[in-house]
Ligand binder design. Structure first.
Ligand code: FAD
Length: 302
């Protein structure tokens, strides 16, 4: 209740104040800040996936601008030998306005990443986008099998059957590469599991399916229980290090992150940057009132 109230009030606070809350979770506004944060993480033995902030655009001019910014960041990563790849949200290229335009822009980015021997992850957005994002992934994977991956959300009731349906794409040469996360958007009960334990249970079931079917898993969570259960599964199933990695968001649970790194697992941090940080922060707050708690903590705990 209190979280909800805080989340509703925060978006109306001055931008400068929201920045105080948000800066711990965002590398900065510029490409240079995104690159610097990535290099600092690399220096600690951590890889990155960089994300230009922006989503649910309303005009296609924005899509072209976003594509150009991604082309720059892909080139800069190669020029500056940064250990990392790229995450993007299809709605920032106009998925909900014109699917073909969106596909062509993302294809250009994946093509450049492939030329640079790199990789692009398609983030998963809310439930209205899932079918379209899977379709996009299928099309891109057919052309660039080793250079594109997708996110699946454990809270979605459909995820295990999506995994089963997508298994037809899997090959030993190019294991299909999924990031598995809980899911951030607010969805109705008939679409998504709501109970904390139910989401955890499905997270582990999805992960087990991925390992059993020799898919590459990006285990994206800050939930200590899930991290420990995943490590247990990796040991029990004797999963080799080239078939999984852990992933976390920039600025979140650095101690748990370090524990994973110290245990010899590959860690990748999701580094968001860009001018759209205000929309990103306030949208996340409205969608997930639990975030308000973390943000309030970030204000007081330095
Ligand atoms: P939770 O139970 O939410 O969190 C576990 C603990 O972690 C909390 O108790 C708290 O201590 C800490 N924690 C979690 N979040 C924060 C925070 N923001 N600040 C401070 N502490 C925090 N969702 C999508 O829907 N689509 C995506 O494409 C997507 N990509 C993601 C990529 C990565 C690399 C990660 C890590 C997450 C991504 N998410 C995405 C978000 C994800 O779905 C969850 O909403 C988010 O990770 C919180 O779930 P959790 O597993 O960490 O568990």
């Amino acid at each position: 209740m209190l979280n909800k109230l805080i989340a509703n009030i925060l978006p109306y606070m001055p931008k400068k104040l929201i920045w105080v809350f948000s800066k711990r979770y965002i590398a900065g506004e510029t490409i240079e800040e995104g690159l610097l944060a990535s290099k600092l993480l690399n220096a600690k033995g951590i890889e990155v996936t960089i994300d230009l902030l922006g989503e649910f655009i309303t005009t296609l001019n924005e899509a072209e601008d976003n594509k150009n910014q991604y082309m720059d960041i892909v080139s800069r990563f190669t020029e500056e030998s940064i250990q990392g790849n790229f995450s993007l949200k299809p709605t920032m290229f106009g998925l909900l306005i014109n699917k073909n335009v969106c596909y062509n822009y993302i294809r250009e980015i994946v093509e450049l990443a492939a030329q640079n021997n790199s990789f692009v992850r398609i983030d998963m957005e809310d439930s209205q986008c899932i079918d379209m994002e899977i379709e996009l992934f299928r099309k891109l994977r057919a052309e660039f099998p080793g250079n594109v991956g997708l996110v699946l959300q454990a809270y979605m009731r459909r995820t295990l059957s999506d995994l089963e349906a997508l298994n037809d794409l899997n090959t030993t040469e190019n294991p299909i590469n999924f990031r598995l996360c809980k899911g951030i958007y607010v969805e109705p009960e008939n679409v998504a599991f709501k109970k904390y334990d139910e989401v955890r249970e499905h997270f582990m079931a999805d992960l087990k399916y991925m390992f059993e079917n020799k898919m590459y898993a990006g285990i994206a969570t800050h939930d200590k229980y899930l991290v420990e259960e995943s490590m247990k599964l990796i040991r029990e199933m004797n999963i080799s290090k080239n078939m999984y990695e852990f992933q976390m968001l920039y600025g979140v649970t650095p101690e748990l992150r370090q524990m994973i790194v110290d245990n010899g697992h590959l860690m990748r941090v999701y580094v968001p940057y860009g001018k759209k940080w205000f929309n990103y922060s306030t949208r996340r707050l409205k969608e997930n009132p639990k975030m308000a708690q973390h943000i309030i903590k970030a204000l007081f705990i330095r």
